[in-house]
Design a protein around this ligand. Structure first.
Ligand code: HEC
Length: 152
């Protein structure tokens, strides 16, 4: 049986990969969530250089839901891109979709979409060649807060 039939094991182990963002960036392309990208050794250098990812590349986006314009505590979905010999393959995995976000998944309480799944159609618009256009990458970080002097 395909070891990833029930859950995307390699994407779930994203923390073993190399982090490409030192801090989360807010990504309008991914539901306005706060994302960090993680790359395997095959992908990291090409991703940083904005060059086409070689076969064997795996890039995962971990995500947190937005709360008051900042990264919140609730996990968002995992997004993954595999470059296979046959081209890109995308995965969307959200093991527990909060009630108020189920409009994002067509009402599903758990989403695991991968490969040729029709529900990834919207993703393919930006990821037809695999990696999204580097010029489109989000650079919107958490705003630094002024220190409030409580002593007045
Ligand atoms: C409107 C265009 C757009 C759509 C739609 C979109 N993405 Fe992305 N994606 C991007 C951009 C731009 C980045 C770069 C990171 C960032 O700034 O958000 C990215 C990054 C990624 C990455 C990391 C590798 C890379 O290409 O940089 C993965 C994996 C990914 N997206 C998967 C998905 C999946 C799965 C979906 C659908 C659920 C999706 N994306 C929908 C534009 C899009």
């Amino acid at each position: 049986m395909d070891p990833e039939a029930l859950a995307p094991l390699r994407a779930l182990d994203y923390a073993a990969l190399e982090p490409l963002h030192a801090e989360p960036v807010k990504s309008p392309a991914h539901g306005g969530r706060w994302i960090r990208a993680w790359a395997n050794p095959a992908a990291a250098a090409a991703y940083r250089a904005g060059q086409a990812l070689p076969p064997g590349s795996l890039v995962v986006l971990s995500s947190l839901e937005d709360r008051w314009g900042r990264p919140g505590l609730e996990n968002g979905p995992l997004y993954a891109l595999d470059m296979t010999g046959d081209g890109p393959s995308l995965t969307f995995y959200w093991p527990r979709v909060p009630l108020d976000r189920r409009r994002d998944t067509g009402g599903e309480a758990r989403a695991y979409w991968r490969g040729q799944d029709a529900r990834l159609e919207a993703c393919r618009a930006c990821h037809a060649g695999g990696m999204a256009e580097p010029a489109q990458r989000s650079r919107w970080r958490v705003p630094r807060r002024e220190k409030v002097d409580l002593a007045g």
